[in-house]
Design a binder for this molecule. Structure first.
Ligand code: AMP
Length: 331
């Protein structure tokens, strides 16, 4: 049984009914409604929105905080880092697994996207940091068939990936708004691997008054720098060997700003493009530098500004994205 969450449970004597000593002596934790379910049993899988709401309601009656980690499944260590953080921030963790059709374009990999619910559940069980896997069907999430109600965040979804994936962020914001309406989480955890998505969702959450705290975690990478992604499985060995070049190009650009004093956005972007051009397996989609507040393009970097340098590139049939956030040093 994973023990990682015992300390949190014990730290909160106002909530816990059993002491650590009692648990160690074998007390029946199932008699304590506040004990994390994930330490007693595999995460339960809930498919229906009605059942999900009922579970959420029960936790709320017990005064427990819920964290939500929205995913499309095919879980890897990047997703698990989010779930572990969620377990630190709340009493109950819901990991949603839903391959959302409205965020895929007609030519994109919606049908081919890996669906591995049993493995995902087993992986969350091993980690011991998830109470519920919420895995709704498309008809649960889009009950009227054709969807007429959308949540859009103006402008921020039009740059970067939004420029080449029209409608993508409208699909993301709409499905996350639906998940928030069903789960009512106190906190939701996202990865900065999808930085544009994170900044858009944070804006949406603030402006819509959902009352959910939106937390972003740094990108989890392979030792050679490649960002973990469900789409890395599409890479051939040659493409996999070349793919860390994406992060190298971004890091070099970051150093040129932080240590080299570069402030011209066009030069920074050109530098990254040159870094990608020498990778034969890489077909660049875009490289862009934007402000993190509104995701609009920048001409000259200002002291103290926080900027997002992001790219997308095809390696064979896999479209990979990566980014770095740069704090421009004060003068
Ligand atoms: P996805 O299943 O690709 O929709 O991703 C679900 C969540 O996991 C999003 O918040 C992603 O940003 C996050 N995520 C995916 N890959 C990584 C990674 N390598 N490091 C950190 N978070 C990640």
């Amino acid at each position: 049984m994973p023990r990682t969450r015992y300390p949190k449970y014990i730290r909160d004597p106002g909530v816990a009914l059993l002491s650590f000593a009692e648990i160690a002596r074998g007390a029946d934790v199932s008699s304590d409604p506040h004990f994390p379910e994930s330490l007693m049993m595999p995460p339960r899988v809930i498919h229906g929105t009605t059942a999900m709401r009922a579970w959420t309601h029960k936790q709320r009656e017990l005064g427990l905080r819920i964290a939500l980690v929205p995913t499309m499944g095919a879980l890897h260590d990047g997703h698990l880092a989010l779930a572990r953080k969620a377990a630190e921030l709340a009493d109950r963790v819901v990991v949603s697994i839903f391959v959302n059709p409205t965020q895929f374009g007609p030519e994109e990999d919606f049908d081919a996207y890996p669906r591995t619910l049993d493995e995902d559940r087993a992986c969350l069980e091993r980690e011991g940091c998830c109470d519920v896997v919420f895995a709704p069907s498309v008809s649960e999430m889009y009950p009227m068939g054709e969807n007429l109600t959308w949540v859009t965040v103006d402008r921020m979804g039009e740059q970067l990936c939004g420029a080449v994936r029209p409608g993508h962020f409208r699909g993301v914001t709409t499905v996350v708004a639906k998940l928030f309406a069903i789960v009512h989480p106190e906190v939701a955890v996202f990865g900065l691997k999808d930085a544009q998505q994170f900044f858009i969702l944070r804006r949406m959450t603030r402006e819509m008054g959902f009352g959910t705290e939106v937390v972003g975690l740094p990108t989890v990478r392979e030792p050679d720098g490649l960002a973990l992604s469900s789409r890395n499985r599409y890479l051939t060995p040659e493409e996999r060997a070349a793919a860390p070049g994406l992060y190298r190009a971004l890091e070099e650009a970051k150093v040129s700003v932080v240590a080299g004093g570069e402030r011209d956005a066009r030069s920074i972007v050109t530098g990254v493009i040159s870094g990608l051009t020498v990778i034969p397996e890489c077909r660049m989609d875009y490289v862009q530098l934007v402000d993190t507040d509104d995701l609009q393009p920048i001409g000259t970097l200002e002291p103290g500004q926080r900027v997002l340098l992001a790219l997308a590139a095809f390696f064979g049939k896999a479209r990979l994205i990566d980014n770095v956030i740069i704090e421009v040093p004060p003068i």
